[in-house]
Design a protein around this ligand. Sequence first.
Ligand code: SF4
Length: 526
Amino acid sequence: MPLQQDLAVAETEARARPRPSVALVRGPIVSRLRSVNNEATPSIAFAYISAYIAARGYRPTVIDAIGEGLNRMWPLERYPDYQCQGLTFDEILARIPAGTEVIGVAAMFSGEWPVTRDLIKLIRARFPDALIVAGGEHITALTEYSLKDCPELDLCVRGEGEHTFFEVLEAHRAGIDFSAIAGIGHRDEAGAYRQNGALPRMRDLAALPWPHWPDGYMEKFWTAGKSYGVQSARDMPIMASRGCPYQCTFCSNPQMWTTRYVLRDVDDLVAEIESHIKRYDITSLQFYDLTAITKKPWTVAFCTKLIERGIKLRWSLPSGTRSEALDEEVLGLLKQTGCDYLVYAPESGSPDTLKKIKKRVSLARLTESVMAAKRLGIVVRTNLIIGFPHETRRNVFETIRYGLYLAIRGADEVSINIFSPYPGTEIFAELQRTGGVRLSDDYFLALTSLNSDFTSLNPLTVNPRMGARELAFYRIGFMLLNYALGYLVYPARIVRTARYLFGSSTSATVFEHRLKDMFRRGRQAT
Ligand code: SF4
């Protein structure tokens, strides 16, 4: 019987039952001991989920180990090369209210899975009767594996989670089984794995309540100087869209979100921004979208609305954007409305690689857009990757040459990372099929801090022509040259970095943000 009918049959009885008590738990950040890591960001996923279920009568308790334990590092006895940042396991357990009936655990990054799994086991031991549900990118990519690897986990919510998690709560409340809920993975009574239906996607983002940020939550990030991308005094996460229409083979988003791309209504988005100004007096907006700006008419409408409403804020796109919609006219509007930091993600400077990884981007168009942004005074970062499985040295040198060209022409930061196969991506599936990747705790943990630990070689290098040492040599050599060139060709940046480092609560680039964070931690340690 379909879920809706089941719910209708059970409705009268269920209405008499109280809603189950719910806790949402995010574990600590996991990183290698020597990594340069500043990835503590507010959980916009929890802000959306808790708003969605609260609008339907639930009162979730949010335990965010990262937000509640910023800059607190602790060692992992079981994995001695790694450390955690955030609340300890005991502190997390102590904050889950006694008698909680449903516990939702975030499992976003595959690199953190062994630690998340260990946390779930401890939660199960403390709450033997609770329904334990996990969701996030890792869970979506490896649902069956996660359920097998962690028998203490009851249910997985796959893909976009708000409505599916709500249906799980309602089914639990009504006392009916979960088998008809689309978008979940679970074990049936015989213990066999079951995955229900295609990934459900929201069509009407206006039906989503605005994210709910608990009192005092954002303030902790601001006090600790933590933000996504560059930093200002009071940065607010925001999302203008869901999904991405592209299908890059190294990215897990097509599997997590499908290729449906939905933009929010501009009026609704701007109303949310105004509510943050009123409540928090925010200084900047950081867009957490996968691909924030792909449509020129939407972007023009958004900027026009900001101008009409007299909104004056810094804003940035730290997660990477496409360049198609960013012509001189749009960039002018971005600058006029306070956008001061853009991340472009060409990924490669090799046309051959771009074709193979299905990154549909025109390098000429992207370069033009970067130059236009620089002329307008916008700080620009570009992201590149080397070491894809198919790549030759020629492909890698093309990317390095392109990166250096961008640096000389004025891009403020050009990062090069070494490719690693992430679960949920097309390349990962192919490598798994051919035996090039084997799932294990070592594999997962190696995924964490891959590009922020400069003292170790990447153990997940899968290029058959170039080893980890050679790729690390190219990467580090490039980065040194890139920053040296940046400061030599544009000496004014030396003053800017010094000013931000020693005398301000803001930063213009991620490099400056990381340096500030290291200094801050160093000061705290002494
Ligand atoms: S890499 Fe970016 S453009 Fe490509 S699929 Fe992922 S989010 Fe979309």
